[in-house]
Design a protein around this ligand. Structure first.
Ligand SMILES: N[C@@H](CCC(=O)N[C@@H](CS)C(=O)NCC(=O)O)C(=O)O
Length: 194
């Protein structure tokens, strides 16, 4: 299997932590600058985003959560890290985390492609999305279990990326405590973007 990714991508990191937690052998292919318009670099993903997984059968899988789903169905019948949850609270937490990550990507990509985000109201909404989303997660921090699981991997990936790009203050002590605890685990720390 091959995971097309970038070392800083928080969406790809969710998959990388899971891959390391499960001890799977997956070749990492760094696509370079995700702002590029060259579709050939994204392993057949027409959305020109990372991650994309290429399976041993040569099939491409788009979307980090669909990749996680595939990896567990193929390689972890016990679903040790609760990837395949149907719990509504957990799915809401994942939706909020994905929304925060997407909003932050828009701000990072604006900066990288020469857009002055301060000039456009649209980017105010992305900033508000991050702040409100993080506050929602802090208010629901009990959803994050003490034991390592995929929702926790998601949180660490989101948090470390926010720390890396330094666009936001992070006054969220409960989330921070979860992140610090999980970051002590070798298979989590291994893919940290710094
Ligand atoms: N929903 C997608 C989001 C993927 C995504 O936005 N990846 C970012 C990098 S972290 C990207 O490739 N952005 C390129 C762009 O927006 O042009 C997933 O979960 O895989």
């Amino acid at each position: 299997m091959k995971l097309h990714y970038t070392p800083k991508s928080h969406f790809a990191r969710k998959n990388r932590i899971l891959i390391d937690a499960l001890g799977l052998s997956v070749e990492l292919v760094d696509v370079g600058n995700v702002a590029t318009h060259n579709p050939d670099l994204f392993a057949g993903n027409p959305l020109m985003k990372v991650p994309t997984l290429i399976t041993d059968n040569g099939q491409a899988i788009f979307e980090s959560d669909h990749i996680a789903d595939y990896l567990v169905r193929q390689h972890d019948c016990k679903d040790r890290f609760q990837v395949l949850t149907n719990d509504t609270d957990m799915l809401n937490a994942r939706a909020v985390m994905n929304g925060v990550m997407t909003a932050e990507v828009e701000l990072v990509m604006a900066d990288r492609t020469g857009i002055d985000a301060n000039k456009y109201q649209r980017y105010d909404k992305f900033r508000l999305t991050v702040d409100q989303g993080m506050q929602w997660l802090e208010n629901h921090a009990t959803l994050f279990a003490a034991e390592p699981n995929y929702t926790g991997f998601h949180l660490v990936s989101l948090w470390d990326h926010l720390v890396l790009y330094q666009m936001f203050d992070l006054p969220y002590p409960h989330l921070q405590a979860h992140v610090e605890r999980l970051s002590e685990i070798k298979f989590v720390n291994k893919s940290a973007p710094f």
